[in-house]
Design a protein around this ligand. Structure first.
Ligand code: SAM
Length: 321
């Protein structure tokens, strides 16, 4: 179906679909309006690319507006049509699905942009959570924005935010770092770059790599407070809190946990300078996989000591001083 931008459609069009306007009316009962406020006008869903957040576990975590938008969509672009078909079936929604994932995005993006130019409602969902957050969609949004095509969002579940707010760690400043590199050298280098950041750090991680990642975090970031949030919003939701070394040792002993998880690490403490022995231990751990320069930068950031001082010590330990 093709519409020009700005053209509206009625509540039940030829396809028999209902639209957000009916929901807007339902929500406009006098009891839900402030005294004296004007009744809201029923709202149409305007043609646009809509980024729709979907549940990360509990199937009921989807907003009314997200459902209305999916119902109204001319096409729903999704990572895996089987996963999204299940979500739609649960809510009695039947709309055309189109796969949009890392392996076909280059081919599918122009088609989606063309549909947007024609004035269609295009919804983008991922398998779980918020699209674009370690999921496909960034290049599509960037291209739509560059062309001046309308983009809207239906915010909702996000594993990163759910873990952050449950962690008990400072949430006023945080940095979402996505997945760390799978290999240890790359992971330690990435962690060294993050070490100076004065904010909580949020990482996605896979269960099989959890113990080794926590151990690298402890070595590079120092033994900061952390939380591992697992199976969020699901039956066996669990948050384990503790120092990075303690968590690393626990998971190394127990083996990989089941399910999906997020690691949140507290910001560097404004701590007193470490003893000479503690500094040497941290430097030796960092030097095991990093250059003298990277190891000193990471340890300086983790301890608050000056880079020059730590570099001098690192050179000695590396036998080059
Ligand atoms: N876009 C999604 C979002 O906004 O939540 C994230 C997609 S990313 C490909 C998948 C990663 O998110 C998982 O490997 C895990 O780290 C995290 N994740 C997703 N669902 C989760 C859950 N229910 N509990 C804990 N972590 C979860």
């Amino acid at each position: 179906m093709s519409r020009r931008r700005g053209e509206s459609r009625t509540d039940a069009d030829k396809t028999g679909r209902t639209h957000a306007s009916s929901l807007a009316r339902n929500g406009d009962e006098p009891s839900q309006r402030g005294a004296g406020s004007k009744p809201q006008q029923p709202r149409e869903i305007a043609p646009a690319l809509y980024l729709v957040a979907t549940p990360i576990g509990n199937a009921e975590d989807i907003t009314l507006r997200a459902l209305a938008t999916l119902r109204a969509a001319d096409v729903i672009a999704c990572e895996d049509t089987r996963v999204t078909a299940k979500l739609l079936a649960r809510h009695g929604i039947e709309r055309p699905l189109l796969a949009y994932h890392d392996h076909n995005a280059e081919r599918m993006r122009p088609l989606l942009l063309e549909r947007l130019r024609r004035g269609e409602i295009v919804a983008l969902v991922s398998d779980a959570g918020t699209p674009l957050v370690s999921d496909p969609g960034f290049k599509l949004v960037r291209a739509a924005v560059a062309e001046g095509l309308a983009v809207g969002t239906l915010p909702g579940p996000s594993a990163a935010l759910a873990a952050l707010v449950l962690s008990g760690l400072p949430s006023d400043r945080f940095l979402f770092a996505g997945f760390l590199p799978a290999k240890q050298a790359g992971r330690r280098t990435a962690l060294a770059e993050l070490a100076p950041v004065r904010a909580s750090l949020v990482f996605f991680e896979s269960a099989p790599r959890l113990a080794e990642s926590l151990a690298d975090m402890a070595a590079v970031l120092g033994d900061r407070p952390a939380a591992v949030a697992r199976e969020l919003t699901k039956l066996y939701e669990e948050v384990r809190r503790g120092g990075l070394s303690e968590l690393a040792a626990r998971y190394a002993g127990e083996g990989p946990p089941r399910g999906e998880l997020v690691v949140v690490v507290g910001p560097p403490a404004e701590a007193p300078a470490p003893s000479a022995e503690a500094l040497d231990r941290q430097l030796e751990a960092a030097l095991a996989s990093m250059s003298v320069k990277d190891a000193s930068a990471a340890v300086a950031a983790a301890t608050g000591l000056s880079r020059r001082e730590v570099y001098a010590r690192a050179l000695l330990l590396a036998g080059r001083g």
